[in-house]
Design a protein around this ligand. Structure first.
Ligand code: BGC
Length: 688
């Protein structure tokens, strides 16, 4: 492959080579027609293949052929703790990307969730490196089987949106390697992701896309990575640094393609003898090799497809396993169909579409089943399902006719204010409107002819949004008020939260005996939620992140900084997420790994096998409905400078009532000084 690529390289002029290493359109490089080298065509991810834009303008083309399968977001996928579903998700994305004629799909996002406030957390998997990498690997394998390149992003320590273009991360190297790099290592080396996207931010004084430390020392030398490094859109700032770095392709959000750092400015510098042409050759060789890996040059490429019934089925399966049952104290769930005549749904998220928001993760979904639609379709004509909004969001002013992505290089690339563009003077009017909606909803909920009242609220992509971090975890739109009012009217209220990251539920959490969590769960999300509420599906989701009572309990905020200023200090080091809570005895609202089922499980006979590097035990379904259990294995350390507990491995098993299975969990290597425990969450360890 190397020689074949070299042969092609030798035929290319400098101009042609330059054309291959920078964006010639917003989502493609230039090909070389005379030699039959096609352009490299890219698209966002990760929740589906994004719609088409004009080549040199962030105007959507408005075609009718770019509707796609809308997949559950990566946080939802992570809540399934299911490698097979990660593979299926990747496979759908890869096949659809190919079906839409793409070469590189800009997914998955695998940054660690350092704070619950990061606006892009919904695109990421977890606060834990093991869970992230264990799911990222099959995901990437699923994508790439379709002759499409995955592009894992954003390398590295891109854990906030505020000032994302210019913020410099200060972190000690040990924590960097222990928490923030392992998922990238596995994604690039074990799964062999063909491409990786460099992040916007700086690390150790260098922009990630020009970083000698990240790209040369770690990626190429230590990891021996020979894939293609693509810049985030607008993340390159200096021609010389970028050319001399291990970056291969510069992409951006602006339309002056010839003026990109690695375009005309680079050609001029090479011709002036200031930069060695060999630097460009290395990049082009890697790009040609990528094209060969994807069979772009030999006519043997797979074709792909999109919007197939199989894809929708897979999206539904992921959604089903992503729902997390947080509380079921009165066994009110599952709802019994028998005798059920009338249900009231309150809250905008019962009837809200999420696929078209969030930033670059937005897509044009073929359809999206809301919870309202999901329940109605599941319950049929004998049950009345009513809906009232109960609250409303702010109307947003559009202060520019530019697309947000066109403006995304302004103001440091992100802030904590982006989502707060309220209509001027709308404060009081809005409060008034919400009061009316609240009173209406509470009045209706008090009507005893409703057998059940379900509040379905949470967040939407005005809050879970690229270029924006939340200020705190509070529920927007005065939802706390309406939930409390509803509880006064109906003690038996069921609460469902739909969001991309945890919210502050402390105002009413004690009152809520029945609480269900769903991340943005894709086109079939509403159906999956209905199936869980009705008991057609037994919930098996577990939280892939800590649900803090308040963001101030999170180590990034207590010990470190978030979002910082020009610099952001990761003083919490390795104590990210539950690693901090466990060590310093901070009790969250719901811990990492937590999630209930409609059945019960028991564990016995834990044993550790040093040779096989595995921990095993027997797990039994002791209840009377079938269900899946994730066996989470944690390593306990007693060393002063180490986290008390760390996830070492996990395995999900399906068990019929009364069934028992032997479960073996691979833990990488059995470390000395560690004790191993298996169970279903940190606070619910079943076996030591
Ligand atoms: C985002 C990337 C995305 C790219 C292209 C950037 O603003 O950070 O994740 O892939 O835009 O849309």
């Amino acid at each position: 492959m190397k020689n074949a690529a070299k042969e092609i390289l030798d035929k290319l002029t400098l101009e042609e080579k330059i054309g291959m290493i920078h964006g010639a359109e917003l989502f493609r490089t230039a090909g070389v027609k005379r030699l039959g080298i096609p352009p490299l065509v890219m698209s966002d991810g990760p929740m589906g293949v994004r719609n088409e834009f004009e080549p040199d303008n962030w105007k959507a083309l408005g075609h009718t052929d770019d509707y796609v399968t809308y997949l559950p977001c990566n946080s939802a996928l992570a809540a399934t703790w299911n490698r097979k579903l990660a593979y299926d998700t990747g496979s759908v994305l890869g096949e659809e990307a190919r079906g839409r004629g793409k070469d590189v799909i800009l997914a998955p996002g695998i940054n660690i969730k350092r704070s619950p406030l990061c606006g892009r957390n919904f695109e990421y998997f977890s606060e834990d490196p093991t869970l992230t990498k264990e799911l990222a690997v099959p995901y990437i394998q699923g994508v790439q089987q379709w002759d499409v390149a995955a592009c894992v992003k954003h390398f590295a320590v891109n854990n906030q949106e505020t000032e994302r273009l210019w913020v410099e991360v200060e972190i000690d190297e040990e924590a960097l390697r222990e928490i923030y790099l392992p998922a990238f290592y596995d994604a690039l080396v074990k799964a062999g992701s063909y491409t990786v996207m460099g992040a916007y931010n700086l690390l150790y004084g260098e922009h990630c896309c020009e970083s000698d430390f990240l790209l040369r020392k770690i990626l190429r030398e230590e990891w021996q990575y020979d894939g293609v490094v693509i810049s985030d859109w607008g993340a390159v700032h200096d021609t010389e640094k970028a050319a001399n770095s291990q970056l291969d392709i510069e992409m951006s959000v602006t339309y002056d393609f010839n003026n990109y750092c690695m375009a005309e400015p680079l050609r001029k510098k090479i011709e002036a003898g200031e930069i060695d042409e060999e630097k460009v050759d290395e990049k082009v060789l890697r790009i040609l090799r990528l094209m060969m890996r994807l069979h772009m040059l030999d006519g043997k490429r797979k074709g792909g497809a999109y919007n197939t019934p199989e894809h929708r089925e897979k999206a539904l399966n992921v959604a089903r396993e992503s729902v997390v049952l947080l509380k079921n104290e009165k066994q009110m769930l599952p709802l019994k169909r028998e005798g059920l005549k009338k249900i009231l749904l309150v809250g905008e998220n019962a009837d809200c579409i999420h696929s078209n928001g969030g930033g670059s993760a937005e897509i044009k979904a073929l359809y999206e089943i809301s919870p309202f639609m999901g329940l109605k379709t599941a319950l049929g004509g004998n049950v009345t399902v009513d809906y009232v909004p109960g609250y409303c969001r702010e109307e947003k002013t559009e202060d520019s006719d530019k697309n947000w992505q066109e403006r995304s290089l302004e103001n440091g690339g992100g802030s904590m204010e982006a989502a707060d563009s309220l209509v001027e003077g709308a404060g009081q009017a809005l409060e008034e409107k919400r009061k009316i909606l609240r009173e209406q909803a509470v009045k209706q909920a008090s009507d005893k002819s409703y057998d059940k009242v379900i509040f379905i609220g949470g967040l939407n992509h005005d809050h879970d949004l690229e270029g924006n971090d939340r200020k705190d975890m509070s529920l927007p739109y005065e939802q706390d008020k309406i939930i409390l009012d509803l509880f006064s009217a109906r003690e038996d209220l069921i609460v469902v939260m739909i969001a991309g990251s945890p919210v502050d539920m402390t105002a009413w959490a004690d009152m809520a005996h029945t609480l269900v969590w769903s991340y943005y769960a894709g086109m079939e999300g509403g159906r999956a939620l209905a199936e869980v509420l009705l008991g057609d599906v037994n919930p098996s989701g577990k939280l892939p992140e800590t649900f803090y009572k308040n963001h101030r309990d999170c180590s990034a905020h207590v010990l470190g900084e978030f979002p910082g200023g020009k610099k952001v200090a990761y003083r919490e080091g390795r104590y990210v997420g539950y690693r901090y809570n466990e060590k310093f005895h901070v009790e969250p609202l719901f811990p990492f790994g937590y999630g209930l089922s409609y059945t019960e499980f028991s564990y016995r006979n834990l044993s550790v096998d040093d040779k096989e590097c595995a921990v095993s035990c027997y797990v039994k379904n002791t209840g009377d409905v079938a269900g899946s259990e994730t066996v989470e294995v944690y390593g306990l350390s007693h060393k002063d400078d180490m986290p008390v507990k760390e996830l070492k491995g996990f395995e999900k098993v399906f068990l019929m009532p009364g069934e028992e299975k032997y479960v073996k969990v691979h833990v990488g290597h059995v470390e000395e000084g560690y004790t191993y425990v298996a169970g279903s969450s940190l606070y619910d360890i079943r076996l030591k």
